[in-house]
Structure formats: structure tokens, C-alpha cells
Write a protein that binds this ligand. Structure first.
Ligand code: 5GP
Ligand code: MN
Length: 324
């Protein structure tokens, strides 16, 4: 396969530098944590000094993975670093960590529309996870696949493909996973850590949210809503909703889901998901957010009923434009 010149630029930038700070997006997921930790272990194997700074802590199930508790949680970074490696971020605002722009920036990402904010920009929208790109870089660096690196690459791929549900999966995705298993990853244990270590409040919260779910006039779009009062009543928290947005897609007729989480009285975190060729990434972009074709998000303000109508109209359009 043709090799991106940016990859060679990154190899020489790493070779000539010693101290690295790594960061990724706020509210981290499996791909942001897995990409960062795989990179950190690889750089450490080369004798480099590595610090990871994230705005928010990892979701509870991911805390069990090696190195995750050592991530520094802060909204700013200071210190003497030769470069910052930002992974899994389409824009430099995504980390929510001030001060990163002071450093030599290496941008590694797979989100369509990446703004190219780095001194080096390696962008590959065909990667199923940013963790795939990190794997390729680690291979090119000549660092052997340790169990720690392998478990983080596998975590990134498993979660960012929605457990091998989403588009973007290629033979290489499975080849990387094969190598991760050969390096010691136990897929049963990883799946249990990620999917089967939740609390009862989360299950009750899922029940409450799904009971209140609405379906649009076409019967193809599920609208899911959560506010703090519902969460309290169910005995769960907003953090417990990870993965909930995907559940309505398990119904044959449902082609897209929009999930509104009320954060302030008129502010909402919105997650959108879709099947097949339905592009909800461009829907989220119209509302100032972004993401991938089948998984995207944004933050919006306004009245809930109005916002709901606006999103449903745009998603109905995306369904017309796409075809399964
Ligand atoms: P989630 O719905 O899980 O928060 O995000 C789904 C996908 O959309 C992720 O790949 C994430 O990177 C992207 N995404 C979510 N929120 C935003 C946002 O506010 N801005 C941008 N650019 N991307 C987002
Ligand atoms: Mn990703």
C-alpha cells in the first residue's frame, strides 16, 4: 500500500525529539484512550518521556486497562515538551486542554473534515479507528507489539467499530486484531471488561430512557431524551448512558437515532447514529458538531421541541439521500 508522506514526517519528528505530551478529545472513548496509551507505551519502549493529559477521566469500564489511571486530568498543559501528539481530534478545540498550541503539533486522526491544525497532519478517513493508524505508526517505528500496546489497539478498534458493526471495517482491521490476539489480547476478557461490568443504575436508566423514546412520523427515526431528573429517578448518571444511543438501531425499521441529553436548561449534548449510507456526520456538522457518517455529535441550544423537529427534518433528508 502507498505510504502517506506524513507518516515519514512523524517518524523523523519522533526520532529527533525526547519529551512528548499526548492528548485527545474531552469525554474520552475507547478509541481516544486506546490510541493514546498504545502510543505512550510505544514511545516509552523507544526511551522517550511521555505524559498524557486529558480534560476528562476515562469511562469506568476503561479504567481497568493498563496505564489508564496514570493519565493526568486537567484542562490545561504546561511544561517542557518537544512535541504534542493529538490523536482522534478533528479540531484543536476538541481536547478542551489549553496550551497545546504552544508545542510542535502532530495531528493523527480519522475524522472526516479534520482541519489540519498540526505542524504535521496525518489524516486517514478510511481507518476504522484512530487506533489502526497508531498501530501502523508503531509498526513503522519498529516497536514490538507488547501485550499493553495490543490491548489498547484492540480496545480502540472494538469500541470505534461499535463491536464490528460500523462501516469502515477492512481486512486490515481484522489483520491488526489478529496480531493483537497473537500478542496476548484475550477478546473474551476485553469484551467482558467493556460491556459486562456495568452497575444496576445504568440498566434502570436504559429502561427509563427507552420507555420514553419517541418515533418520528416516518417510523424510521428514534428520538431519545434524557435530563438530570430522569437520571436521578432511575438511580443512574449521564456517564451511564454510553452505548444507549445504539440500541434503537437493533430494530429493523429504525434507520437513525438522535439522542438529546439536556446539560443546562436550554443546552443539549446530541448524539446521532445511523445505518448504512445514511450520513448523520453531515447532519451534526450543520449544527456545529461533526463525526463520522454513522456516528456523530454536537452541542446545541434551544427549545427541545423545536430542536427535535429540526434534527428529524435533517435526518429524514439524510435518509432520502442515502440508501441501505
Ligand atoms: P458521541 O455521540 O459518542 O459523543 O460522538 C460520536 C462521534 O461524533 C465521535 O466520533 C465524535 O468524535 C464525534 N463528535 C461528537 N461530538 C462532536 C462535536 O461536538 N464536534 C465534533 N467535531 N465531533 C463530535
Ligand atoms: Mn475514533
Amino acid at each position: 500500500m502507498h505510504r502517506d508522506p506524513a507518516l515519514d514526517q512523524i517518524l523523523s519528528a519522533i526520532a529527533s525529539r525526547q519529551r512528548f505530551v499526548l492528548s485527545s478529545h474531552a469525554r474520552p472513548d475507547g478509541d481516544s484512550i486506546g490510541s493514546q496509551l498504545a502510543m505512550a507505551y510505544a514511545l516509552q519502549a523507544l526511551g522517550k518521556h511521555v505524559t498524557i493529559v486529558n480534560k476528562d477521566a476515562a469511562p469506568a469500564p476503561i479504567m481497568a486497562f493498563p496505564g489508564v489511571p496514570d493519565i493526568q486530568i486537567s484542562d490545561h498543559v504546561t511544561g517542557d515538551f518537544d512535541a504534542a501528539i493529538i490523536m482522534e481530534c478533528g479540531e484543536l478545540t476538541r481536547p478542551g486542554v489549553a496550551g497545546l498550541d504552544k508545542y510542535f503539533l502532530i495531528n493523527i486522526d480519522h475524522h472526516p473534515g479534520n482541519t489540519g491544525y498540526g505542524q504535521i497532519n496525518w489524516f486517514d478517513a478510511t481507518a476504522a479507528a484512530c487506533g489502526e493508524m497508531v498501530f501502523t505508526l508503531i509498526e513503522a517505528l519498529g516497536v514490538p507489539l507488547s501485550p499493553e500496546i495490543a490491548s489498547h489497539v484492540y480496545l480502540a478498534i472494538l469500541t470505534d467499530t461499535g463491536s464490528f458493526h460500523y462501516s469502515g471495517i477492512t481486512p486490515r482491521t481484522f489483520d491488526i486484531c489478529r496480531q493483537c490476539l497473537e500478542a496476548g489480547v484475550d477478546p473474551v476478557l476485553v469484551a467482558r471488561n467493556i460491556y459486562d461490568t456495568n452497575n444496576m443504575g445504568r440498566l434502570k436508566l436504559f429502561g427509563a430512557v427507552l420507555s420514553a423514546m419517541r418515533i418520528d412520523s416516518s417510523g424510521q427515526i428514534a428520538i431519545v431524551y434524557l435530563d438530570h431528573e430522569m437520571a436521578r429517578a432511575a438511580g443512574g448518571t449521564y456517564e451511564d448512558t454510553e452505548g444507549l444511543v445504539n440500541l434503537p438501531l437493533s430494530v429493523t425499521e429504525i434507520l437513525a437515532v438522535v439522542f438529546f441529553k439536556r446539560t443546562e436548561s436550554d443546552e443539549f449534548r446530541v448524539s446521532v447514529r445511523s445505518k448504512g449510507n445514511i450520513d448523520v456526520g453531515s447532519v451534526a456538522k450543520e449544527f456545529g458538531g461533526g463525526g463520522h457518517k454513522n456516528a456523530a455529535g454536537c452541542t446545541v441550544t434551544g427549545g427541545f421541541e423545536t430542536l427535535q423537529e429540526q434534527f428529524v427534518a435533517k435526518i429524514q433528508r439524510a435518509i432520502k439521500d442515502g440508501s441501505i
